[in-house]
Structure formats: C-alpha cells, structure tokens
Ligand binder design. Structure first.
Ligand code: MN
Ligand code: MN
Length: 493
C-alpha cells in the first residue's frame, strides 16, 4: 500500500473540467456564493490541518469514547445535583442555545460540502458537518438524563422549537448564519468570525470556569467539541484570502456584519455565565477581561493578517463591553418569567466584584439592583411578582433582543422608516445591517409585531404560555429572594 503522502494530495484535489455542463450550472452563484470566480481562482485552496477519512473516524471515535467514559463516571443526576444552583442555570442557558444551533451548522457545512468551489474545501466541510452533528448529539445525550430531575433541562431540545423571545432571537441569528448563508458567507461568518473570533471564549474561558465550578462533565464536553472546531474553523482563512483578492469590500462588509451579530449572542450566553451565574469564588476573570484577551487581541491580529480593517463601529463595540451584557442581564432578571432558566440576584460581594471589574459602568448600574433589592425586602422571600416587570418591552428589529443598547442614561436605539413601516434597532450597527439588506429582514415579525397583529397574546400570563412556559418551568430568582444578606440588610430610607 502507498504511504499517505504519496496519494493524499491526489485524493483531496478531485476537481475536474466539466464537458457536458457549464461550471455555472454545477455551482450556481445563488447557492455557491458571490463573487462567482472560475475554479482557477480557488484551486490553491489549502487547509493547514489535513486529515484523511480514516484518520478522521479513528480520532473521532476515540474522542467520543473519552466523553462517554467521563459521562459514565460523573454524568448522572446525582453528580449535577452537587453543583451550585446558580451555575446550573449557566448550563441551562448553554444547553438550550447550543445543540440545535450546532445542528443548523451541519446544514451550513453540508451546503459547503456540495457547493464550495474547491474539492479540498468541500471535503473539509464534510468533516465539519460530521463534527457539528456530534456537537448536537453529545449535549442532547448528557442533558437528557437531567430532564427527569429538572424540567428546565428539557429546553436543550425544546428551545429552538418554541416562540420564546430568546428563541426568536436565536433563530433569527442561526437561520441566517447557518441555514441560509451560501458557502462563501458561511466560511467568513461561521468559520472565520464566529469560530475563530469568538468560540475561544467558550472553549478556553468557559471551560476554565466550568472546571473551577466543579462541572467536569461540561468542561469535558466543551473541550472535546473544541478539538473539532479548531480543525473546521480553518475553512474560513483560505476562503477569506481568495475573497480578499477579488472583492475586499464585500469581505469587509461580511466581517463587519457577523462580528456584531456574533458579539450580541456571546455577550448574553457567555456574559451572563461569567459575570452572574458563576459563583463568585469560582470566577476566573470578568467577561470583559476574557473578551479583551481572547477576542480583541487575537481577532484584531487575524484581521490585520488578512489585510482587513477593524469593523467601522469598533469604538461603539469597545464601549459596549462595559455595558451591554449588564443591561440585558438586569432587564432579563426583571422579566425572568419569560425565560426557561433561573437568575441570580447579585449580592453585596458580587456587586463589589463587578464594581471593581467595571469601574466605568457599574456605579450607574448599581441603582437598578438596589431597587430590586428593596422590592424583595418589601415582599419577603418567595414573592416573585413584586420584583418582576409588568410593562411591555421593545425588541430590536434586527437582533430581536430586548432594546438594551447604551447606558441607563443614554440608550443607543435608532429608528428607520422602510416600506411604510417604522423599525427600531438597539444600536447603529443593527440598523446598518438591516439597511444593507432590508429584503432579507423586513418581513420578519418581532414579538411586539406578533402582539399587534394578534399572532401573540398581549396579556403577560398568556404571553408566557406563547413563550412555551408554565408556572413550574418559567424562570425565577434562583433562591426565591432568600439570600442571607437580603434579610440582614438594614432598611433603606
Ligand atoms: Mn460545533
Ligand atoms: Mn463549528
């Protein structure tokens, strides 16, 4: 048998000239992506980490065996019951938003595996699809065990099938990023921006936090997934390199759009987990510090290496590192019954830590928590509604997240008239993303429009049912307001 080196390049480059059909018919621009270039422009496509199918299945099977061994040892309900209840809610947030998004990523990879413009790209995307299928199955398997103990874990599977407002936002992102993007946009958006730009936050940052919180199952799962992501994320670079040669403006526009959309997603999923749902004694760094170390430095370097500019809204993005996830968390705490996981009321120690990590913004955010604290003191433990919001809130017509841009004294909301309708956005980047492709977004119905058109109920209790929730299930304060510091705190005048 020949050595691997002797046949490998021949096997991974299997493109040929078409004689019966035109290349445009095999790779239609609509589905293969823009700019449509002759194959000669793509033929040097090269992935740095090369693997054969035999090597792939051997490695993946060993990785699965390792995850199964950890699950057999520490993946039972009793093991999770030992974890801090606050941390379990970081787990519920991740468990719901991750697995079916990974499944959507299977679809995105499969489209690239057929319509990517070079054979080596298609093969690598094929492995990517198999990876993402694994990332769907592992969390579904691990969390399934927990459903009989805590129904909120059922949202691991249920989340993307509901009309919950977070799921509406999640689908708005995942549908575009993973299900509908052509292979060129997918490579830039998913492989380059999302996977090399942001997922280190999860794989390095959050796995370290999970380790400290004693959650070895989550840590193992995330690290195992990371080894796959590191491989298939490299699809992004060679695609972007060719795109930069032929249409650098489009490349920059894709990076600008997807960095902002990815940022909003990670600010919630990872920001909540790191700065609120991880018990204080287990925190490593603040979310902002992780962002600075793992996203800002590294991502800026990859942009420069590619000849790209920082996104035009960079100053606004840097400013939002101090505010955005705090604003959304405070809002979500106040409307906690609209989600499928529970929230922590940050106490004096947590707030002192947040004030130290966010000296610029925390003094302005503190007041909102003091008011919530007073509400709990008035009602006593167990009375959720006294410290819960009742008035309707607005949602951004691009990201579909609660309007939380800016600061408590200066919001960054923007409006636009388009097609006889008024649209509202949480921020200038969301407005500009919408304005660049209004035909893509204009007909989407956000929660408020659903209520106005009668598709969703206006009454809050009925709306919660529309969101897929019932009294057992919906989000509460994780301790029902029963915090030792809250009882002993002196009455405020
Ligand atoms: Mn994945
Ligand atoms: Mn991936």
């Amino acid at each position: 048998m020949s050595e691997r080196d002797e046949w490998f390049d021949l096997a991974r480059k299997l493109d040929w000239e078409f004689s019966y059909v035109d290349a445009h018919a095999v790779f239609p621009e609509d589905i293969s992506g823009t700019p449509w270039l002759p194959h000669a422009a793509w033929q040097d496509w090269d992935e740095p980490y090369k693997t054969t199918y035999t090597e792939y299945v051997t490695q993946q099977s060993a990785k699965d065996a390792a995850v199964h061994a950890v699950r057999a040892a520490i993946g039972q309900v009793e093991d999770f019951q030992k974890l801090d209840p606050a941390w379990l809610n970081a787990l519920k947030l991740h468990a719901a938003t991750l697995p079916l998004a990974e499944f959507a990523a299977v679809v995105g990879n499969l489209r690239a595996a057929r319509f990517g413009r070079d054979s080596a790209w298609r093969t690598t995307a094929n492995f990517g699809a198999l990876d993402e299928f694994r990332h769907t199955q592992i969390p579904l398997l691990i969390m399934h065990e927990l459903v009989r103990w805590d129904r909120q874990f059922d949202w691991t599977h249920k989340f993307f099938h509901t009309n919950n407002w977070v799921a509406i936002a999640g689908r708005h992102l995942a549908d575009e990023l993973l299900l509908t993007a052509n292979p060129i946009e997918f490579a830039v958006a998913t492989n380059f921006v999302f996977e090399t730009g942001f997922t280190n936050l999860q794989f390095v940052g959050l796995s370290a936090v999970a380790h400290a919180a004693g959650d070895r199952m989550f840590e193992t799962m995330v690290k195992s997934i990371q080894t796959d992501e590191a491989r298939h994320a490299q699809i992004g670079h060679p695609v972007l390199r060719t795109l930069m040669q032929h249409d650098p403006e489009y490349a920059q526009a894709l990076v600008d759009k997807w960095f902002w959309r990815s940022w909003l997603f990670f600010a919630i999923v990872t920001g909540f987990a790191m700065d609120y749902l991880t018990p204080l004694q287990h925190r490593q760094q603040s979310f902002k510090e992780f962002m600075e170390e793992w996203v800002l430095d590294q991502f800026q370097r990859s942009l420069l290496d590619m000849g790209l500019e920082r996104p035009w809204y960079w100053e606004q993005f840097i400013a939002s590192l101090d505010w955005y996830h705090h604003m959304v968390y405070a809002s979500a705490y106040t409307y906690r019954a609209t989600t499928w996981f529970d929230f922590v009321l940050p106490g004096p120690d947590e707030r002192a830590w947040l004030a130290q990590k966010y000296p610029h913004s925390w003094p302005s955010l503190e007041g909102r928590w003091e008011r919530i604290e007073q509400r709990w003191q008035q009602s006593g433990p167990g009375v959720e509604w006294h410290s819960h919001g009742a008035t309707p809130v607005g949602f951004c017509n691009l990201c579909q997240i609660v309007l939380c841009g800016g600061t408590p004294s200066h919001n960054t909301a923007e409006t636009l008239f388009h097609g006889g309708r008024k649209y509202i956005f949480c921020s200038e980047p969301c407005l500009r993303i919408f304005s660049a492709e209004p035909e893509r977004y204009a007909s989407h119905l956000d929660v408020v429009m659903r209520i106005l058109t009668g598709a969703a109920p206006a009454n809050l209790l009925e709306l919660l049912r529309y969101f897929g929730l019932d009294q057992d299930l919906w989000g509460k304060d994780v301790r029902g307001g029963n915090y030792p510091w809250l009882r002993t705190a002196p009455e405020r005048s």
